[in-house]
Design a protein around this ligand. Structure first.
Ligand SMILES: [Zn+2]
Length: 275
C-alpha cells in the first residue's frame, strides 16, 4: 500500500478466513497524468490499468501509463447493467447503410465494456460510484464496469462477468477484479429505498448495510459479493480502499462537491502486441 495514498476505511464485512488481499492503491504520475493502480492488476504483464484522480485527464494518464496512444472506448452511462462488447464498429457500419445513417459516433448506452482486443482501452467515468476493472490473462478478456448503487442492484458486475465468460471465453476462477475508489461505508448514507433495492437483488447484501440510525452502505463489499458469487476467488479481488468523499485532497466526489465535482476515469487495456 502506498504511504501517500493510505487506506481511508476498513471494510464493513470481512470474508475470512480467506487470503483476500488487503485494500491497496499506489499513486503514480504527476499533473494531468496522476493516477492510482491496484497492485493485483499491476502484476499482470502488458496490462494497462488506472484510476485517474481529481484534476487528472484520462487521455494524459492513459498515454503515460501505456506508453502509446490507445484509443479509449467509453459509454453513455445510465446506471444500468448493459454490457457492450468492443469493437462495435461492425454494428456502426451496419447502421451507416441504413435510413437513419449519419455515421453517428455517439457511444452506445451501457455501464460495462468488454473486449479481448489488444491495442485499445476501455473506460468508465465515476465520482462516488465504483469503477471496477477486470482482466483474464488466459483468454485476454477485459472489462471496465461502472457500479453505483443502482448498477449494483441491477447486477452490472455479475452481467459483465457473464459476458466475459460466455462471449469471450474467460473462466471466473481466472479473473482478477480491481475495484477503484468510490464513496466508502464511512460516508455513503442512503435512504431506505437504496437498502431495499440492494437487498431485493441480493438478500445477502444486508451484510453490507452498516448498523446505526443512519443507513450506510458498503458499495465495495456489495460488489465483492457479486464477484464471489460468480466464482471469482477471494484472492483475486482487490479494492483500492479509498473513499472519494473522505479524500477531498485526491478524489472527486459528487456527493461532496455536487455540480463542481469532476469525474474520474477507470481505464483498462492491453498494450499493442507490436510495442
Ligand atoms: Zn468516507
Amino acid at each position: 500500500m502506498s504511504r501517500r495514498t493510505g487506506v481511508a476505511y476498513t471494510a464493513a464485512v470481512s470474508f475470512s478466513p480467506t487470503s483476500a488481499p488487503p485494500p491497496a492503491a499506489v499513486l503514480r504520475g504527476a499533473g494531468a497524468a496522476r493516477r492510482l493502480e491496484v497492485p493485483l492488476l499491476s502484476a499482470v504483464p502488458r496490462l494497462v490499468h488506472l484510476f485517474t484522480v481529481k484534476g487528472a485527464e484520462p487521455g494524459a494518464a492513459l498515454r503515460e501509463a501505456s506508453g502509446s496512444p490507445l484509443p479509449l472506448h467509453t459509454l453513455k452511462q445510465v446506471h444500468g447493467a448493459a454490457v457492450r462488447l468492443v469493437p462495435w464498429d461492425e454494428a456502426r457500419r451496419e447502421l451507416a447503410r441504413g435510413p437513419v445513417a449519419g455515421g453517428s459516433t455517439a457511444p452506445p448506452e451501457g455501464d460495462a465494456l468488454a473486449t479481448r482486443r489488444a491495442g485499445i482501452a476501455l473506460g468508465v467515468r465515476v465520482a462516488d460510484c465504483a469503477p471496477i476493472l477486470i482482466v483474464d490473462e488466459r483468454s485476454g478478456a477485459l472489462a471496465a464496469v461502472h457500479a453505483g448503487w443502482r448498477g449494483t442492484a441491477a447486477g452490472v458486475l455479475r452481467a459483465a462477468i457473464g459476458v466475459l465468460r460466455e462471449a469471450l471465453g474467460a473462466r471466473p476462477s481466472d479473473l482478477r477484479v480491481g475495484i477503484g475508489p468510490s464513496i466508502g461505508p464511512c460516508c455513503f448514507e442512503v435512504g431506505e429505498e437504496v437498502v431495499e433495492a440492494l437487498v431485493r437483488a441480493d438478500p445477502g447484501a444486508a451484510a453490507c448495510v452498516l448498523p446505526g440510525a443512519r443507513r450506510r452502505v458498503d458499495l465495495v463489499e456489495a460488489n465483492r459479493r457479486q464477484a464471489l458469487d460468480c466464482g471469482v476467488p477471494p484472492p483475486r479481488i482487490q479494492a483500492a480502499g479509498l473513499c472519494t468523499f473522505c479524500r477531498g485532497d485526491l478524489l472527486a466526489s459528487y456527493r461532496r462537491d455536487r455540480k463542481s465535482a469532476g469525474r474520474m476515469a477507470g481505464i483498462i487495456g492491453w498494450r499493442s502486441r507490436d510495442l
